[in-house]
Design a protein around this ligand. Structure first.
Ligand code: PMP
Length: 330
């Protein structure tokens, strides 16, 4: 019989897929690491599994314990998926600006979700930060993974994503490109690839314009999951050789092209990372192999990036783009 013992054993070992259309005119081989093949639909399954298993080993998480994390997105899904199999309770704290669809996904996996008002100061007792800290203090057996400072976030990539890329490319990878959020992906994968290649592999971070990694102050941007207004501990400042800043408009237009031209229905941070990867790949020759990591699927963004109305209301569609498609239908 061929089967997996549980969904947990499907975490990692995601495929590499060559990009063809968006790479027109580029000589280098550009490969996408498609992380929506993880069982929870994103790269964050990797960190959830390792953070939980390390906490079990250290005794920070005991049988029947409760995982409390301020998260509304992919990390919550990963944690919920691993937690249900292992018999832990999950309580996630989300600000009220998070879409009900995202909250319902977490609840569907059996997690409890506490929604906090966005319109209060961080020191207010009902703020997102205070509620999660209070829940940790007051819940017996509570453990907070804290992906921003947990060393097992970058370590999960050092032990899985990095070795996978080295094996999948037969050691021929020359450039690795990833968006930077907590910094776990680029730090762990980048460090592994630097070590195994004696520093030959170049590591490039993709960052939304305005975020700290590319020299900004945290100015708002709309691409989700990447960029910060502070420097997390999970980010190793010594790994990236270069950071490429990408605008929301370029990120979202590329995201739409990936769906239409490459069959990759992926999220906005994927479009952003591909824009950065192509910027680098344009400078390279036929022997170079650029790998760009695509963190999640586009299903969570249908009413934003894939909606013409939303795109044009933010000025992200070029002249006539949305209308042309309406005319096609008529
Ligand atoms: N894209 C998306 C959609 C994410 O959720 C995240 C994680 N915050 C990232 C990119 C960035 O990954 P990392 O936190 O490892 O830097």
């Amino acid at each position: 019989m061929q089967y997996h013992d549980s969904m947990i054993s499907l975490v990692g070992n995601t495929p590499l897929v060559r990009l063809h259309s968006v790479t027109e005119g580029i000589q280098a081989t550009v490969l996408a690491k498609v992380e929506y093949f993880n069982p929870g639909g994103s790269v964050k399954d990797r960190i959830a599994l390792r953070m939980i298993e390390a906490a079990e080993e250290s005794g920070a998480l005991k049988p029947g314990g409760t995982i409390v994390e301020p998260t509304s997105g992919n990390t919550g899904v990963g944690l919920a998926l691993v937690a249900q199999r292992k018999g832990y309770r999950c309580v996630f704290v989300c600000p009220d600006k998070v879409s009900t669809d995202k909250i319902n996904v977490l609840r569907a996996y059996g997690a409890e979700v506490v929604v906090c008002p966005t319109a209060v100061a961080p020191e207010h007792p009902d703020s997102y930060y205070n509620v999660s800290d209070r829940l940790v203090r007051e819940t017996p057996g509570a453990w907070k993974p804290d992906q921003y400072s947990n060393p097992n976030n970058p370590l999960s990539h050092y032990h899985s994503t990095g070795p996978e890329l080295w094996t999948q490319t037969d050691g021929r990878i020359t450039h690795f490109v990833a968006g930077v959020g907590t910094g776990g992906t680029i730090s762990g994968t980048g460090r592994y690839l630097k070590e195994i290649s004696d520093g030959r592999v170049q590591v490039i971070g993709a960052d939304p314009e305005g975020s700290v990694y590319s020299g900004g102050s945290g100015r708002p941007y709309l691409v989700e999951g990447v960029g910060e207004d502070f420097w997390p501990d999970a980010y190793d400042r010594g790994v990236a050789d270069e950071i490429v800043a990408v605008s929301d408009k370029d990120s979202f237009q590329m995201t739409r092209r990936l769906a239409r031209e490459e069959g990759l229905l992926v999220g906005g941070s994927c479009g952003m990372a591909v824009v950065a990867a192509l910027t680098v790949a344009r400078r390279l020759g036929p022997d170079d192999v650029v790998v760009v990591l695509l963190p999640d699927s586009g299903r969570g963004y249908l009413s934003k990036i894939f909606s013409d109305e939303w795109m044009s209301s933010h000025g992200f569609l070029d002249e006539g783009e949305g209308e042309a498609r309406v005319a096609d239908v008529i």
